[in-house]
Design a protein around this ligand. Structure first.
Ligand code: TXA
Ligand code: MG
Length: 341
């Protein structure tokens, strides 16, 4: 199969492929998604094949406005309308009781479903034109860093899907925040562009699922099945060094071998690029700019796959605001191999 690269002008074509049961890469403000008609079980099962995704990992339904919530969910609590009003369109996925018309393959048999209204206007236009909710995981091969450009998506999906709509680089750069509204208090299952602080402002108490901050033990079941898998992994092993930026930079400088790869804050670039025989160094952005770090994190992890580095060392921001999402993705890439300095 040849994968067509579509522009904004060919949006109707993308919608037609989705309606006909095909697979389309869709741009969102978080990361690129691998979309199929969310009400067509056969089309959705092709997503799992194209990604090599385990069947027990459910998908998120994407809708163009909160008015479609009732097509996907039932018993919608007041808190969902509050969040939709304040955060949609935007990088927030809500877990809600599933409507009967949502096929089992979407939810991996769970009685809940994840729903999100993306903040990318072209994405919403494609879904609106398709006329159905679009089931879409991130558009990477299973286990790889999520794609934040159409080019990344092509690297992983060329020949495996019908088309990719190029909507430019993703503005947020990490996947959506996931909040489970089917439990009390609501629970953060994955940190993202809508911060934990913001959720607490809107909802009051919000718990953080343990899978956000540590590796799950064998036999433990995180509420978001996807959180149990090793993720975002470049081919070389990653060590995260957390703590005050000057200290983490000094630690890495003292421990990394010359040929190792480094992900560092902009301020420390010279420290690493001027090493003798320096391995590749990726700039995560300024230490204080976590939004920029979120935009760069997956590109940085992906970049090492074009090199032969034996190991990767990464500086890590504090877990405040979107820093919690950056820290979570780095920690997952490292299999939670974190050194606190
Ligand atoms: O930003 C995003 O959310 C991107 C873009 C494409 O929208 N999508 C995305 O999908 O990150 P995916 O499949 O890569 O991650 C979805 C996560 C998985 O960890 C999955 O286990 C969890 O959401 N999930 C989906 N449905 C769920 C449910 N009903 N209950 C608990 N977790 C769920
Ligand atoms: Mg994913």
């Amino acid at each position: 199969m040849k994968t067509q690269l579509l522009t904004e002008k060919e949006m109707e074509r993308a919608a037609a492929i989705l309606r006909a049961g095909g697979l389309v890469g869709i741009p969102t403000e978080t990361v690129y998604g691998l979309g199929a008609n969310g009400f067509d079980a056969e089309a959705v099962s092709r997503i799992f094949l194209a990604k090599g995704r385990p069947q027990d990992n459910p998908l998120i339904l994407h809708i163009p406005s909160a008015t479609w919530l009732e097509r996907c969910c039932r018993d919608i609590p007041e808190s969902a309308w509050t969040l939709a009003g304040a955060c949609w369109p935007g990088p927030l996925t809500m877990i809600l009781p599933r409507a009967p018309q949502v096929p089992d393959v979407v939810t991996a048999g769970l009685d809940t479903v994840g729903v999100r209204c993306p903040g990318h206007a072209l994405c919403r236009a494609v879904i609106e034109a398709a006329g159905v909710p679009v089931a879409a995981p991130s558009g990477n091969l299973s286990g790889r860093p999520s794609p934040t450009t159409a080019g990344h998506m092509r690297e992983d999906m060329e020949g495996r899907i019908d088309a990719i709509v190029d909507g430019g680089p993703c503005a947020v750069g990490v996947e959506s925040t996931i909040v489970d509204l089917t439990c009390t208090p609501p629970r953060l299952l994955r940190p993202g562009g809508i911060t934990l602080e913001r959720l607490r402002e809107l909802l009051g108490q919000v718990e953080v699922d343990p899978a956000v901050v540590r590796l799950m033990d064998e036999g433990e079941h995180p509420r978001a099945p996807g959180m149990k898998y090793r993720h975002y992994a470049p081919r070389a092993p990653v060590t995260v060094v957390a703590g005050q930026p000057e200290r983490s930079a000094a630690y890495i400088a003292g421990h990394a071998r010359a040929e190792d790869g480094v992900i560092c804050f902009a301020e420390f670039l010279p420290l690493f690029t001027e090493r003798m025989g320096a391995g590749p160094v990726m700039d995560l952005g300024p230490a204080g700019d976590t939004a920029e770090q979120a935009r760069r994190i997956f590109d940085a992890l992906r970049a090492f796959d074009h090199t032969a580095v034996p190991a990767i060392w990464a500086q890590c921001p504090d877990a405040c605001g979107i820093g919690l999402a950056v820290s979570n993705r780095l920690s997952k890439a490292a299999g939670f191999h974190i050194i606190q300095v």
